[in-house]
Design a protein around this ligand. Structure first.
Ligand code: SF4
Length: 353
């Protein structure tokens, strides 16, 4: 397995001139990356012209020296070449992440996208503005694309995330309809849903009953000062609401089928970040620790000039969280679907988490 220090360095410094047919340029969550297999593990690696890393043949080089690590790009999936009867490219409805995950943002707009409310690291509406996706994915469109992705490309799990809607359920009800439609078309495709804590916790049971196997309720940081600085809109949802939603989700979905993102590099004290991750693990919630990624088109880059965290900080936090996960018997690979199961945006799997 690739050493944790090298994998952490790659996660923040990226690869120069990476020629990867499966890429994300903007959207919800981490983007501006190319998807590769590094020593057999999935990696969603930033593409950066200032990186000392590059790929030659199928080997990773640093400053021209072969590191002895195999790396291969994820191939372009066949389903990208199809379109719906109305002429919408499947690629605009759902995308391949890593080598086996189908990912979609079912509603590509967010009520929190005004400049004074928006999460400063997010570019969810940029891919919509660029015409590379459609605003709302209909359940039957997702079912059609999922069926093709499973049949043609061997996709084994699906992630449905959503921008936050103005309704009380914050978007959960549309997710319920999407999950049910996909499950009716491809029953053995495991699905993770991702949403804010739904105002009515019964939505969590509805998501499970529709067929979702795991759920991500992403807080990004457990530090209220960091939350209000980086996520002015989203931080108005109190941490108490997150804790209630996580508890209910663990009750419904089971231990280690619930996860949350924790971003490294927002300025939080690392010891507090690790302590917060340990609290989550104690609740049965998997803390998916990922480096903050400065993306072009986000307020973090355009206004704040924010930088990625150091590889040393990422390695330190990741190794401590992985140790706590290990002690609790929680592994990302044991999640039935979702980012923790994929692992490509984190380095936790390289640390044994
Ligand atoms: S970890 Fe999540 S966001 Fe990252 S590539 Fe995998 S599925 Fe996509």
């Amino acid at each position: 397995m690739t050493a944790l220090s090298t994998r952490a360095d790659l996660a923040v410094r990226g690869i120069r001139g990476l020629d990867a047919p499966v890429r994300r340029r903007s959207g919800a969550g981490p983007s501006d990356d190319g998807h590769v297999l590094i020593g057999g593990f999935g990696g969603a690696i930033p593409v950066r012209s200032d990186s000392p890393y590059e790929v030659s043949g199928n080997r990773l080089l640093m400053n021209g020296t072969d590191l002895g690590i195999d790396i291969e790009p994820v191939r372009r999936p066949k389903f990208y070449d199809l379109q719906t009867a109305e002429g919408v490219s499947y690629e605009k409805i759902a995308r391949l992440h890593g080598s086996n995950v189908l990912a979609t943002t079912v509603v590509q707009t967010c009520i929190r996208y005004d400049a004074d409310q928006r999460c400063r690291f997010c570019s969810i509406e940029a891919s919509l503005a660029a015409g590379s996706t459609v605003a709302v994915k209909r359940p039957e469109q997702l079912a059609e694309v999922a069926e093709a992705a499973v049949r043609l490309d061997g996709v084994s799990q699906m992630i449905m995330t959503t921008g936050t809607s103005a309704a009380k359920d914050r978007g959960a009800r549309h997710l319920v309809r999407c999950v049910a439609a996909v499950k009716a078309a491809v029953s053995d495709l495991t699905i993770q849903v991702q949403c804010e804590p739904p105002g009515d916790l019964s939505s969590i049971t509805e998501l499970f009953a529709a067929g979702a196997e795991s759920i991500g309720i992403h807080v990004e940081s457990l530090d209220d000062e960091v939350r209000s600085r980086w996520m002015p809109g989203k931080s108005t949802v109190p941490l108490g609401e997150y804790r209630a939603a996580w508890r209910e989700a663990v009750r419904v979905f089971g231990r280690n089928q619930v996860s949350t993102y924790l971003l490294v590099g927002l300025g939080e004290d690392p010891n507090e970040l690790v302590a917060g991750a340990e609290e989550l693990i104690g609740m049965g919630v998997y803390p998916f620790v990922v480096p903050f990624r400065p993306l072009a088109g986000t307020l973090a880059v355009d206004e704040d000039g924010a930088q990625a965290p150091s590889a040393a900080l990422l390695e330190d936090v990741t190794s401590r969280v992985a140790k706590a996960l290990w002690a609790a018997g929680m592994r990302g690979a044991d999640q039935k679907a979702g980012c923790a199961a994929c692992g490509a945006c984190s380095v936790l799997q390289n640390a044994g988490g």
